[in-house]
Write a protein that binds this ligand. Structure first.
Ligand code: XLS
Ligand code: NI
Ligand code: NI
Length: 515
């Protein structure tokens, strides 16, 4: 910096000599004001101006147009050191009456709700693949979003530039976490070695950009895009594919650990079948279990203390995925004695695809001690696939938060926005607006749960509904001490039982009043 300043000063003096000469030793009509100044004072003024200019240059341009043709600097390396989201400030909380689309209305990170800061209940994370690799392409149409920093390639330089954009986005949004697949942050290679080397290079930059505060909520291996995975990864009929997938998970786990990640996800997009006619389901499930066992062993070997998460989904891309829903996955984990080593990452859109509500899946995971993380998104009731929309339904968010609060939070898990902009939303600011609204919706859900708890009438309604079991006989039943003969005696003694109302509409009324 000092050397730079001296060089700059020298250049300044050279440039100033003729200027000074022109101002002080030559007459000129337009300079009559300046001529009245004492030459020393004027020189001092110029020097001050010069120092200000140097300061601006030294601290870098405050903004750089988000346009890869006019890269601010670092253009030789193909990297970008400027601002990716010029004009977008750090997003602040302005309260419910704010009309500012770039402000939080409900999410106030440090505000305490139910004994914890909002940011600790919510532990938000940005999904790299949707936010930075989502192009808007669909099976019928070409990409609609060529973000200004994208050059249309999948080069290493592009991967690094995108990583810089990611961290500027995360910092401006004010979250502390991000999620990634190995292959969305770095280009694949012709060989596994080359792919690993590419990953290492991008991960090194990510590590630097993370600073001391930002960490991956989770990392994962992308075991579904490449054609080698067409029959599955851990459940492929080809042993070479099984080995390749294992190596990819090994590496992805290492980099997640290196970046300080808190969890590691297994989403088995292609672990399933298209028809049972050509499938040995029992053998495939055994392979999957062996694969997961090996992952547990490797996690322990490298000292990675993150939680391993399985993300259930019923289908898409396969016709039938093995981890169909939370209950199926819990059964699978129990059968193979893996329950103690895994938790679930419940995705709301996957829940509805499996014919459940998100609340159902969360409660199923919770009561099995398996609720680890949430992929916060939502589907569309009129579309039958994983549309990955940002959750904006306040009622739904309140139900989600009911489970989270009952679970005592999600840490070390959190909320990953596995959600993307609609194909038709093409402005850079839409990325911010989508996340702000997703965060505000869940924050509002949390506030509503606090209201419901404070009011107490919903809990009271549920308590009353089961109060017949809060009796001596009820306790005997719950303790497994009531056999059929004993129960028959009681049934005869009591006669026809009186069956009270379930009060569903009252429950709905109370719930509604908190929204
Ligand atoms: C796809 C899944 C996927 C996982 C991560 O439907 O949601 O994005 O979350 O592999
Ligand atoms: Ni997901
Ligand atoms: Ni999904």
């Amino acid at each position: 910096m000092c050397v730079l300043f001296c060089m700059y000063l020298l250049l300044f003096c050279i440039v100033c000599m003729p200027v000074k000469h022109a101002f002080f030793w030559k007459d000129g009509v337009s300079l009559h004001e300046i001529k009245r100044m004492k030459s020393g004072a004027f020189f001092l003024l110029l020097l001050c101006l010069n120092l200000v200019c140097f300061g601006v240059i030294a601290t870098g341009p405050p903004t750089c147009p988000a346009d890869h043709i006019t890269e601010c600097s670092g253009s030789d390396s193909g990297e970008w050191e400027g601002e990716f989201f010029p004009g977008i400030p750090k997003i602040k909380y302005e309260g419910p009456s704010s009309k500012n689309p770039l402000a939080f209305k409900w999410y106030n990170a440090n505000e305490e709700i139910l004994g914890k800061k909002m940011k600790d209940w919510l532990r938000f994370s940005v999904a790299f693949w949707h936010t930075f690799r989502g192009t808007g392409a669909d099976p019928f149409g070409a990409p609609t979003k060529l973000w200004p920093w994208e050059d249309g390639t999948n080069s290493l330089a592009m991967a690094k530039r995108r990583m810089r954009a990611n961290f500027e986005f995360i910092n401006k949004l004010g979250v502390d976490r991000w999620c990634f697949h190995d292959r969305d942050i770095a280009p694949d290679g012709k060989t596994l070695e080359e792919a690993n080397a590419n990953l290492d290079e991008v991960v090194e930059l990510a590590k630097e950009l993370q600073g001391s505060k930002i960490r991956p909520l989770w990392g994962t291996a992308q075991l579904f895009l490449h054609p080698r995975y067409m029959h599955g990864a851990a459940t492929s009929s080809e042993v070479g594919v099984y080995a390749y997938a294992a190596s990819q998970v090994k590496k992805a786990m290492e980099v997640t650990h290196y970046l300080g990640g808190e969890n590691f996800v297994f989403w088995g997009g292609r672990e399933g079948y298209q028809t049972l006619l050509n499938t040995d389901m029992e053998r495939e499930l055994n392979h999957l279990a062996r694969f997961l066992e090996a992952a547990v062993a490797y996690k322990k070997k490298i000292g990675f203390n993150g939680i391993l998460l399985i993300e259930p989904k019923p289908q898409e891309p396969t016709k039938h995925q093995y981890d169909w829903d939370a209950a199926t996955t819990a059964g699978f984990l129990r059968k193979y004695n893996l329950s103690g080593e895994f938790k679930l990452n419940i995705e709301c859109n996957h829940a509805t695809l499996s014919g459940h509500s998100c609340h159902h899946e969360l409660e199923t995971a919770r009561i099995n001690g398996l609720l680890g993380n949430i992929d916060a998104n939502t589907g569309d009731p009129q579309i039958g696939w994983d549309t990955d929309q940002f959750l904006t339904d306040i009622g739904e968010a309140t139900m989600v938060m009911l489970s989270v609060v009952r679970n005592g939070g999600l840490a070390p898990g959190g909320f990953n926005f596995d959600a993307k902009l609609r194909r038709e939303s093409t402005d850079v600011e839409d990325l911010f607006i989508a996340h702000i609204t997703g965060m505000d919706t869940l924050a509002r859900g949390l506030r509503n749960v606090a209201k419901l708890i404070e009011d107490g009438s919903l809990a009271e309604l549920v308590r009353k509904r089961y109060e017949s079991f809060d009796t001596e006989i009820g306790a005997q039943i719950e303790a497994g001490k009531a056999d059929f003969e004993f129960l028959e005696t009681k049934a005869m003694e009591w006669g026809e039982p009186k069956v009270p109302s379930a009060k569903q509409e009252l429950a709905e009324m109370v719930f509604q009043s908190a929204l």
